[in-house]
Design a binder for this molecule. Structure first.
Ligand SMILES: Cc1cc2nc3c(=O)[nH]c(=O)nc-3n(C[C@H](O)[C@H](O)[C@H](O)COP(=O)(O)OP(=O)(O)OC[C@H]3O[C@@H](n4cnc5c(N)ncnc54)[C@H](O)[C@@H]3O)c2cc1C
Length: 490
């Protein structure tokens, strides 16, 4: 059975590997030169940057993919656990360091929020429960139709994952210190959403970061994509880079193959679309060919946030920077309101990942700062000029005691428009649809088309969601669905 995969992001590669391992003939087409999609290496005059995933959690998900191909995951992906991983810095000079060591967390809390310190273990137990419920009922299965939501175990699970409470309210239940709440609320941005709107279910991210741990792959996180390519090749996947799929060919109620941008037509028994569904499907099928995915439905989707990124290579190593470093805005709620109105914040929260703090070899000449600010999707017309916004970011960093600009040897800026163009991301959104409403959070686009039974979807815009481990799981889930393996635990 020949399977074509459109897009070579982590989701597409993961599906390819799981299928090829079972003997399926897989042909994967990626329009860019590199495989890995948004997980993309940027090499700037001796400075390596991981574009996309900088914060890695759930390493077992990535390792499992490599084991499928008989590779040794520990050799291919030397994951390093970063215990005190994230410095949260506030405009008044306060810092709170996030760590997967609970004793260290409690020590800090005793100083600023003694009641929360005594309830910290309880908090960790609750977010662990949210994670295990999600893992059991949502993460390891596909959703093909509305009927899939009607199973009694799933309905019971739904009531336990706090779908009606916001993340912000959930965190306030356990913590009184406003800056501690603000730092935890940032987890909503991992799904491109607002903590004041998205359901508390996603507080499970706190379990991943504060118990399970934050990881980095020695040599750069982009090694994950490289290792997936190695695994796919080993299993005989036919990988085609720089090859765009222009159309899906429809024959009655089936997809019979694809037409490439070269004009060539390739037949297939089934097709998996890994590219951002909201952008890919309208490009690959005419509106008449997708009765259950009309333009009106796509227009009604609230996209997740996008990003304004600077990759800055410094001529020095700044001791004041942590591997993961967040400089918060003075009014977080206002920042999210601004973003939801489709505008850039002029008092933005700034995230900096400097992997040279853990792995100096990736950037021997000085620090490699990957600077990311949340930006609205699809608002290029409202956008300030890239150079003016970059200057504003450097100014804020300078005022906070982080004088990066004076040390920049080389840099690039990447705007939401560039993210849209390069990865065909819906309005430049990083994680497909936002999770700002309950409906969007729990009913992401399905993994199988309602119009064509041999058309499947995987990747960050589908179930279970954005974020690199989720995307890898979506590829695996779709492969399992195709192979007839049942992964839903009653
Ligand atoms: C700035 C930024 C920061 C991020 N930070 C993190 C982080 O810290 N941690 C984390 O876990 N995740 C992070 N993410 C999210 C993570 O990168 C994504 O969730 C994940 O990489 C998406 O994988 P995917 O398989 O869905 O598809 P993508 O990576 O979007 O890949 C899809 C591929 O399909 C290709 N394609 C589309 N249409 C066609 C076509 N017609 N023909 C051929 N090819 C096509 C595209 O070129 C693209 O390469 C970040 C993302 C960004 C952009």
């Amino acid at each position: 059975m020949k399977t074509i995969i459109v897009g070579g992001g982590l989701g597409g590669l993961s599906a390819a590997i799981y299928l090829a391992k079972e003997g399926v003939d897989v042909h994967l087409y990626e329009k860019n030169e590199h495989f890995g999609g948004k997980m993309m290496p940027i090499n700037q005059d001796g400075y390596h940057f991981d574009f996309g995933p900088n914060t890695i959690t759930m390493p077992h998900v990535f390792k499992d993919v490599l084991s499928q191909a008989g590779l040794n995951p520990n050799e291919e992906l030397p994951f390093l656990s970063i215990e005190n991983h994230t410095r949260n810095q506030f405009t008044d000079g306060t810092t709170i360091d996030f760590s997967s060591n609970p004793s260290f967390m409690k020590e800090q809390l005793r100083e600023i929020d003694p009641k929360a310190a005594s309830h910290y273990d309880e908090f960790l137990q609750e977010v662990e429960k949210l994670y295990h419920l999600s893992n059991r009922y949502f993460l390891n299965r596909t959703f093909s139709s509305w009927k899939d939501y009607l199973s009694p175990p799933l309905a019971r699970a739904m009531t336990k994952v706090r779908p009606l409470q916001s993340m912000d309210r959930f965190f306030k239940h356990y913590f009184n210190h406003p800056q501690m709440v603000q730092a935890l609320n940032r987890y909503a941005t991992y799904i491109g959403s607002s903590p004041y709107a998205s359901p508390a279910t996603f507080a499970m991210i706190a379990h991943l970061e504060l118990s399970d741990g934050v990881y980095y792959v020695r040599g750069g996180n982009t090694k994950i994509a490289d290792s997936f390519v190695k695994a796919a090749k080993k299993l005989g996947v036919h990988l085609h880079s720089s090859t765009e799929v222009e159309k899906l060919i429809v024959k009655r109620d089936r997809i019979s193959g694809v037409k490439l941008s070269t004009g060539e037509k390739v037949e297939a028994d089934r097709v998996i679309v890994n590219g951002d569904l909201l952008e890919a499907l309208p490009a690959l099928l005419t509106e008449e060919e997708r009765p259950s995915f009309k333009d009106k439905k796509i227009r009604s989707v609230d996209p997740s946030t996008s990003a304004f990124v600077i990759t800055a290579g410094l001529d020095t190593r700044l001791d004041s920077l942590n591997h993961h470093h967040v400089l918060f805005s003075s009014n977080y709620q206002e920042e999210f309101q601004t973003l939801r109105q489709g505008e850039y914040s002029f008092d933005p929260t700034i995230y900096i990942s400097t992997s040279s703090k853990t792995d100096p070899d990736v950037s021997p000449k000085g620090d490699n700062c990957f600077i990311l600010v949340n930006a609205p999707a699809d608002q290029e017309h409202n956008a300030p000029s890239a150079s003016a916004y970059r200057d504003l970011i450097y100014e804020k960093l300078y005022e906070a005691g982080l004088p990066l600009a004076a040390h920049v040897k080389n840099e690039q800026t990447i705007t939401p428009g560039a993210i849209q163009h390069r990865f065909r991301a819906f309005h430049g959104a990083i994680y497909g649809p936002s999770s700002n409403s309950r409906v969007q959070a729990f009913r992401r686009p399905f993994n199988q088309s309602s119009d064509y039974k041999n058309l499947y979807f995987c990747g960050g815009s589908t179930h279970p969601g954005g974020g690199s481990p989720m995307v890898v799981l979506s590829g695996q889930n779709v492969a399992d669905k195709i192979l007839g393996k049942i992964r839903f635990v009653e």
